[in-house]
Design a protein around this ligand. Structure first.
Ligand code: SF4
Length: 435
C-alpha cells in the first residue's frame, strides 16, 4: 500500500489528507501538495487509522503529550488515564515512552485507549529487552532492533522517534569538543552512543537507514529523526555535536522523503530565546522545509517545578518561527514521573504556546478570536468570554469559586471595576469596532 507521500505524489488525495484539510480549513489540494513535497506529514498506520493530524507547513502548530512507565513506577491503569487525560486536554498526538514493566502490554493498551496518533521510541524496548535477555543492553544485536521496530509498527504506532542521526562522526565531534555542561539527556541517544562505543561499531540505524524507512513505509508510519545529542542545558545549545546531528538528520530527512517515507526532524531540548529563530530557520533551510518537532524548547534551566512554563515560553517562540509540532513539558520535568495533573497542565501550557505561536506564524489569518475576547471583556459579557476561552471549564471554575457581589464584575476589583466604569462613562464612544 502506498504511503501518504507516495499517494500525494501520484496526485491522489487520501482520506487522511481530506480530513486534515477539513480540520485546518484548507483546501485538500494544498494539503496534498504539501504532503507530496515532504513539507507536511500525517502520522498514520495502515493497521489502525488514527485521527488525522497534519504537521508541517501551513498547518496549525500541533502539541504532543508523552506518557509511559518508568523502571520505578509501573502502573498500567495510570498510564491509560494519563493518555486519555492528554487527549481530553487537547493533545494532537501522544508518545508512549514506557521503559518499565511489560512494554508490549502498556503499548497495546495505550493505543487501544485513545484515538490519537501514537508514537514511541523503539530503542527503549530494544535496550530493555537486551538487558533482560543478556544482562547487558550493549549486547543488543541489530536484528533484534529491526524486529522490534517492525513489531511496534504492526501494533499501530503512527510515528517513531528513531535515532538514525547519531553516527561515528557525531561521537567524534562530541569527544573533540571536550565539554558539555548538561551531558547527554536523551535516553535513546545515550544508549545508542554507549552501544556504539562499547562495540566499536557504526549505528545500524544510520548504516541501514533504507531498511528503517522500508519497515516504516510498509505501515505508513512517520519516521521522526530522534535528537539523541540534543542540548540538555541552555549553555550547550548549538554546540558542535548538536549541530552535527541536526545536519545529518536534515540530510536523512531528504533521503527518506525521496524513498517515499514520511519524515519529521526532531529538535531540542534546552535553548535560550535568542537562539530559537536561528535554530528553526537552520532546520528548515537544511531539510528543504521538512516538518520540525521541538521539545519546547526549555528556555531557562533554573525553574524546576515550572518547566511547563519555561518550555511554553520557548514553544511560543519556536512555533512562531516555524516549528510544527511541540512536545509538551510537564511541571514534573527533571523531578519525577509526571502524574495525571502534570500531564493536563503540560498539555494546556503547550496549547497556549502553540496558539500564541500561530498568531505570529500566520498573521495573515487575522486575530479575530482575540479581538472578540477583548470586546467581551470590555462589555463584561461573561458567557461570551467562556465561549472564546481556550479552556472554558477552567475559566468558569475559577470565576465560580469566588463570586462577586455584583455579577457584572469579578472579585478582582469589585466596586472599582474599570470595565464597568469605562462602559458607563463612554457608553457610545468605546463600543465601536474601530476604537
Ligand atoms: S473587576 Fe477588574 S478584573 Fe474584574 S472584570 Fe472588572 S476590571 Fe476586569
Amino acid at each position: 500500500m502506498a504511503t501518504q507521500i507516495e499517494s500525494a505524489r501520484q496526485g491522489i488525495t487520501t482520506a487522511q489528507m481530506a480530513a486534515v484539510a477539513k480540520n485546518e480549513g484548507l483546501s485538500a489540494e494544498f494539503v496534498r501538495q504539501m504532503v507530496a513535497e515532504g513539507k507536511v506529514v500525517i502520522p498514520n498506520n495502515t493497521m489502525r487509522n488514527p485521527l488525522s493530524a497534519g504537521i508541517g507547513k501551513g498547518m496549525r502548530t500541533k502539541v504532543n503529550a508523552s506518557i509511559g512507565t518508568s523502571s520505578d513506577i509501573v502502573d498500567y491503569d495510570a498510564e491509560i488515564r494519563k493518555a486519555q487525560a492528554a487527549q481530553s486536554a487537547g493533545a494532537d498526538t501522544l508518545m508512549e515512552l514506557s521503559v518499565g514493566g511489560d512494554l508490549d502490554r502498556v503499548r497495546r493498551e495505550v493505543i487501544a485507549a485513545v484515538d490519537l496518533p501514537v508514537g514511541n521510541v523503539p530503542l527503549y524496548q530494544a535496550f530493555c529487552e537486551a538487558a533482560r535477555k543478556y544482562g547487558d543492553p550493549n549486547k543488543l544485536d541489530a536484528e533484534m532492533l529491526f524486529d522490534i521496530i517492525e513489531k511496534q509498527c504492526a501494533d499501530g504506532m503512527a510515528f517513531m522517534a528513531i535515532h538514525c542521526g547519531i553516527n561515528l562522526y557525531t561521537i567524534e565531534r562530541l569527544r573533540k569538543q571536550g565539554y558539555r555542561y548538561g551531558g547527554l539527556v536523551s535516553k535513546g541517544g545515550v544508549s545508542m552512543v554507549a552501544w556504539m562505543m562499547k562495540n566499536g561499531r557504526e549505528n545500524p540505524l544510520y548504516e541501514q537507514f533504507d531498511r528503517v524507512c522500508g519497515i516504516l513505509k510498509k505501515y505508513d508510519v512517520v519516521l521522526s529523526l530522534g535528537n539523541g545529542l540534543r542540548a540538555g542545558a541552555i549553555h550547550d545549545s548549538h554546540d558542535r555535536a548538536m549541530v552535527q546531528e541536526l545536519l545529518i538528520n536534515c540530510e536523512l530527512a531528504e533521503l527518506g522523503s525521496e524513498m517515499g517515507c514520511q519524515m519529521l526532524v526532531e529538535g531540542p531540548g534546552h535553548m535560550p530565546l535568542d537562539e530559537i529563530e536561528a535554530n528553526v530557520r537552520l532546520q528548515k533551510r537544511m531539510s528543504g522545509d521538512a516538518p520540525y518537532y521541538m521539545l519546547g524548547p526549555i528556555s531557562t534551566d533554573v525553574a524546576p517545578g515550572y518547566d511547563h512554563i519555561t518550555a511554553a515560553i520557548g514553544a511560543a517562540q519556536s512555533s512562531r518561527y516555524g516549528a510544527d509540532l511541540i512536545c509538551y513539558i510537564t511541571p514534573a520535568e527533571h523531578l519525577a514521573l509526571p502524574n495525571e495533573k502534570d500531564v493536563i497542565d503540560g498539555v494546556k501550557a503547550a496549547k497556549v504556546a502553540a496558539y500564541i505561536g500561530d498568531m505570529n506564524k500566520y498573521p495573515e489569518r487575522g486575530r479575530e478570536r482575540d479581538k472578540e475576547m477583548s470586546k467581551a471583556r470590555r462589555d463584561l459579557n461573561w458567557q461570551k468570554q467562556f465561549e472564546l476561552a481556550l479552556f472554558p471549564e477552567d475559566a468558569r471554575a475559577i470565576r465560580a469559586s469566588r463570586t462577586p457581589e455584583d455579577e457584572d464584575t469579578c472579585t478582582m476589583c469589585g466596586d472599582f471595576c474599570a470595565s464597568r466604569g469605562a462602559g458607563e462613562l463612554f457608553k457610545q464612544d468605546l463600543r465601536g469596532d474601530k476604537i
